[in-house]
Design a protein around this ligand. Structure first.
Ligand SMILES: [Mg+2]
Length: 277
């Protein structure tokens, strides 16, 4: 391990982790995932999990992680759905409705922000919000398009063009946003990474200086670029979307590139042992 990498890791007191492609692939935990989370606990390194995936609620992530043998608290999880709802709360006026393409995570977050969700066929919504929706139908796309063409403002939870699954790389929310833009001529405002609001919310919640926190992710154009925009150093793990080759060509370099979580854990432990003599 290079001395600069050891120093970088030894200095960290907190980490903001992406989940898909970092902790798991679909329903399958990635190697060393539970061990890595318990390493963070033992070493008293603060953690926040911040995901662009808007489909699940924070509670369902707590349960998913428990099924994989690890423990996190609800307040350690931020999703682009909860961040989108927080944003909507500041802009939606009384009586305005929000048309949602999305799953429970997004619908619940918008409802919990005390906003009115438009019905599946309802037109004249003031906002169209679009996040990952595995039940997406022609009808929903049609209603969203008509709402947008009628003047609704357009918000995307996250711009990811692709989404890793056990079967391979599938389309992400950004691809559906592109389809709606093609049909309506309206471009979305975007909430998730690489826009810095998720990382900024995570940092506020951790309450430790930015210089002692790194972002860990598997995707250059969201996790690594988002960290850069939030003024955070980053670590790329090669178990998800981006490759080492892509990282070497990318305009913003992560501070560290690691093969997987066990190799990051080994390096991090070693750097702390060296620091403490
Ligand atoms: Mg990811």
């Amino acid at each position: 391990m290079a001395a600069s990498h050891a120093q970088f890791l030894a200095n960290l007191n907190g980490i903001i982790l992406d989940m898909d492609g970092v902790l798991w692939e679909g329903e399958t935990p990635l190697p060393g995932m539970a061990d890595f989370l318990s390493f963070l606990r033992v070493e008293k390194i603060r953690l926040m999990l911040a995901t662009n995936n808007a489909s699940l609620t924070p509670e369902s992530y707590v349960r998913k992680i428990a099924r994989m043998g690890a423990e996190v608290r609800r307040d350690e999880i931020l999703t682009s759905a909860t961040a989108t709802a927080a944003y909507l709360k500041t802009v939606v006026r009384p009586g305005e409705k929000v048309f949602i393409i999305g799953e429970e995570g997004l619908v619940r977050a918008v409802e919990e922000a005390d906003l009115t969700v438009a019905g599946p066929d309802e037109l004249h919504a003031a906002y169209v919000v679009c996040g990952m929706d595995r039940g997406l139908s022609w009808q929903k796309l049609a209603a969203a398009t008509i709402n947008l063409r009628g003047g609704a403002r357009f918000i995307g939870t996250n711009p990811d063009l692709t989404f890793p699954t056990e079967r391979g790389i599938a389309h992400g929310n950004g691809a559906i946003l592109a389809a709606l833009t093609a049909a309506s001529g309206v471009k979305p405002a975007l909430i998730g990474k690489p826009y810095p609001s998720l990382y900024q919310m995570a940092l506020r919640q951790m309450g430790i200086p930015k210089s002692r926190v790194a972002a860990l992710g598997d995707r250059l154009e969201t996790d690594i670029l988002g960290a850069r925009k939030a003024g955070l150093k980053s670590i790329l793990v090669l178990t998800g979307v981006s490759s080492r080759k892509e990282a070497s060509r990318y305009k913003y370099k992560p501070a560290l590139v690691v093969k997987d979580l066990p190799s990051l854990q080994r390096m991090w432990l070693l750097s702390r042992q060296r620091r403490d003599g």
